[in-house]
Design a protein around this ligand. Structure first.
Ligand SMILES: [Zn+2]
Length: 348
């Protein structure tokens, strides 16, 4: 390593942002003979308790900055990393922290050239191939997650929480997207853990996607979620008191304490399934509601949601609840997801 290279003290974010594209070479060290630490790449750090991994040692991936301007998750993860590096927090689990897109963090933007969270499950290499830094990074992130899971005990649990904040406000401040399960049951333990973290709203997705969480769920059978923690704020302007429950539960999980989760009950949870995805058919597509409408706003049956090509698109269920509206997409792509309360879902 060159003597000009930054050194890692206790601030892994600072270390990462000083060399956003790559580090000189991977390196390892240990903390007080109880934890092995490996830095695999810029923004990629692994913590492992000493000894061969057993079935009881979970393999946990916490990713943030897949969108570079979503700062709250970056700050939460960096606090946990600092607690681990200083020995304030001692891990009982194998942990992989990922800062997804360091150049975009430095830039203060969602991405540089392409939305990283549309590039997983091989999408990075489709079409024009590895033509930009986000595509190259997506392929590497897949590789790091695969390597991390394969180096753990084969029967141990695999978790991946991909942490985000949303562009628009939300009726439910925090929510999780449960990637499409291909008919498999949902995990009651995971739903109760999320609720204990203050994430009581979960959207059961209805089809495969090119998101990071679907990749870990589908390729590696991980308990994986895209987690939205509130609204985007500039770095240092997040109200960290909004994340106390999340940080407490992650700390319990990491340190191997009993999670004290109640058995699964849907009381207090808001579980949604996709009723339909409204795709754009014509260039003049427009929503009738205001631009700043919040996610999880419900509309009554018969309400005109949007207009295009002289036709009205109406709510066709007693209550349809919208998320991720965006009229500025190419014809053929999704403009909004319409949700209804989840029914007939299977939890184990
Ligand atoms: Zn995001």
């Amino acid at each position: 390593m060159s003597h000009h290279a930054p050194t890692l003290s206790t601030d892994f974010l600072q270390f990462t942002l000083a060399q956003p594209k790559t580090i000189a070479e991977p390196f390892s060290f240990s903390i007080s003979n109880h934890t092995d630490v490996s830095v695999w790449d810029t923004g990629v750090i692994v913590f492992e308790p000493r000894g061969w991994p057993t079935e009881e040692v979970h393999n946990i991936v916490l990713s943030s900055a897949i969108h570079g301007n979503e700062t709250a998750p970056i700050e939460i993860c960096n606090q946990l990393i600092t607690d681990l590096l200083t020995g304030k927090l001692v891990t009982s689990q194998r942990l992989l922290f990922l800062f997804g897109n360091p150049p975009a963090i430095n830039n203060g933007t969602r991405f540089i050239e392409e939305n990283l969270n549309r590039l997983f499950s091989g999408a990075h290499s489709v079409g024009d191939g590895l033509i930009n830094a986000e595509r190259v990074r997506a392929k590497k992130l897949e590789h790091y997650v695969e390597r991390f899971f394969l180096e753990g005990h084969p029967d141990a649990q695999r978790w991946h929480y991909d942490l985000h904040t949303a562009i628009r406000g939300s009726k439910h401040e925090k929510f999780a997207i449960y990637p499409y399960r291909h008919g498999k049951a949902y995990s009651g333990e995971q739903l109760m853990f999320l609720a204990a973290c203050g994430i009581e709203t979960v959207l059961f997705h209805h089809e495969p996607t090119t998101t990071f969480s679907y990749y870990s769920s589908h390729q590696h059978h991980a308990h994986a979620f895209t987690i939205e923690l509130g609204k985007v704020m500039p770095m240092g302007h997040n109200d960290m008191t909004r994340f106390i429950a999340l940080k407490q539960m992650l700390t319990r999980l990491i340190s191997g304490k009993d999670l004290q989760l109640a058995p699964f009950s849907e009381a207090g949870l808001h579980l949604y399934q996709v009723h339909r995805s409204v795709n754009k058919q014509a260039d003049d597509f427009e929503f009738t509601f205001a631009n700043d409408v919040e996610n999880f706003t419900a509309f009554p049956k018969g309400y005109v949601l949007a207009k295009e090509a002289g036709q009205a698109i109406k709510v066709n269920e007693p209550n349809e609840t919208i998320v991720f509206p965006n009229a500025n997409v190419p014809v053929g792509q999704r403009t909004v997801l319409c949700l209804i309360p989840a029914t007939n879902y299977r939890v184990e």
